[in-house]
Write a protein that binds this ligand. Structure first.
Ligand SMILES: [Zn+2]
Length: 254
């Protein structure tokens, strides 16, 4: 399975708990930040911060037991266009995930929304032989389920609350999720200074507890919305539910 987000640390905020639960259920897990995080520093040069953040993402993936994949774009340089689709499509065809976790289609940040669109189309085009990827990769036809994470702040760009269709119980993996987020030291450190020690880590925990409260069932949770199955898989295809059983709580949307 593949978790794909825009910036180094987005996965750790909203998706890593589910990723770790899937690993425990036997899935091979991949993490991919499509943008290099080069705007995430007020003191490093572009080259330095790109290198630092790639190393931080790699450390987090190693801690979680995931394979990581290199960024393709700059921050604010993620666009939904044919060249980008061809490059994203190549990586998706190479990994062949049955589950894709990605951003919400409605989000406060345009890079997030564009990653979401790129991932949806790359998955949709997985078996289309006349859709050429860059570099070329063989097509595959198995079903894929695309799940959209909650946006940061749990609201869209107009401030409207987003309601998930399903919740995954992440209570048992919160310690490791927090350690993975803490790998992103370049981001954590300036927030420690400007907003108090561990503000970065505590914000992630606060959101996961809030989603837990929304579930009415779990103390910590991540929320998900399952993309339409049209073009992606059979009607009942919901591998998160199948793999996580009692730790998945959702209405099955037909
Ligand atoms: Zn982001």
């Amino acid at each position: 399975m593949l978790a794909a987000a825009a910036h180094p640390d987005d996965i750790e905020f909203m998706m890593a708990g589910t990723l770790l639960r899937l690993k425990a259920a036997g899935a091979e897990i991949h993490m991919w930040n499509l943008a290099n995080g080069h705007c995430g520093s007020v003191r490093h040069t572009r080259e330095d911060i790109i290198r630092i953040r790639a190393a931080e993402a790699e450390a987090s993936a190693r801690l979680g037991g995931a394979r990581s994949h290199p960024a393709l774009f700059d921050d604010l340089g993620v666009f939904y266009d044919p060249p980008s689709l061809a490059r994203v499509g190549a990586v998706v065809r190479q990994i062949r995930p049955a589950i894709i976790l990605t951003h919400s289609p409605q989000d406060y940040m345009e890079d997030h929304q564009n990653v979401c669109r790129l991932m949806v189309t790359a998955a949709f085009a997985r078996g289309m032989r006349n859709f050429e990827t860059h570099p070329p990769q063989a097509t595959w036809d198995a079903p894929v389920a695309v799940y959209h994470a909650m946006p940061h702040g749990l609201a869209d760009g107009l401030g409207r609350r987003i309601q998930p269709d399903a919740y995954v119980n992440t209570a048992s993996v919160m310690t490791l999720k927090r350690e993975m987020l803490a790998c992103h030291r370049s981001q954590k450190e300036w927030l420690d200074v400007s907003q108090g020690m561990d503000a970065y880590l505590n914000e992630m925990e606060r959101m996961s507890a809030e989603v837990g409260r929304m579930s009415g069932r779990f103390t910590h949770a991540e929320g998900w919305r399952l993309h339409s199955r049209l073009g992606f898989g059979p009607e009942q295809f919901n591998p998160l539910e199948q793999l996580l059983e009692g730790d998945y709580d959702g209405t099955t949307v037909e």
